[in-house]
Ligand binder design. Structure first.
Ligand SMILES: [Zn+2]
Length: 89
């Protein structure tokens, strides 16, 4: 029986910053290899790096929410609507 081929996972890379990097799991050492920078990391490192980035964005979100509360949320909603059109989100 043929060995199943692992499908690549598309995620942002914590090492090179590529937003749509494809990762392949090396079953020999359980490291995830980015096809863009060809660097490898463990899932725990990647999760922690992304969590740290998310924590920084949370601070920015709170600053923006505070500013929106003070100056009006309309500007934030208009900016996000424009961004969604650009990203297709
Ligand atoms: Zn990378």
């Amino acid at each position: 029986m043929a060995k199943p081929k692992a499908e690549g996972i598309t995620l942002n890379c914590p090492m090179c910053g590529e937003l749509a990097a494809t990762f392949n799991l090396d079953l020999a050492n359980l490291m995830l290899r980015c096809e863009i920078c060809e660097d490898s990391c463990g899932a725990e490192f990647a999760r922690d790096a992304v969590a740290a980035q998310l924590a920084r964005w949370q601070t920015v979100f709170e600053l923006v929410a505070h500013a929106a509360e003070r100056f009006g949320a309309v500007l934030v909603e208009e900016a996000d609507a424009k961004k969604s059109k650009l990203t297709g989100a």
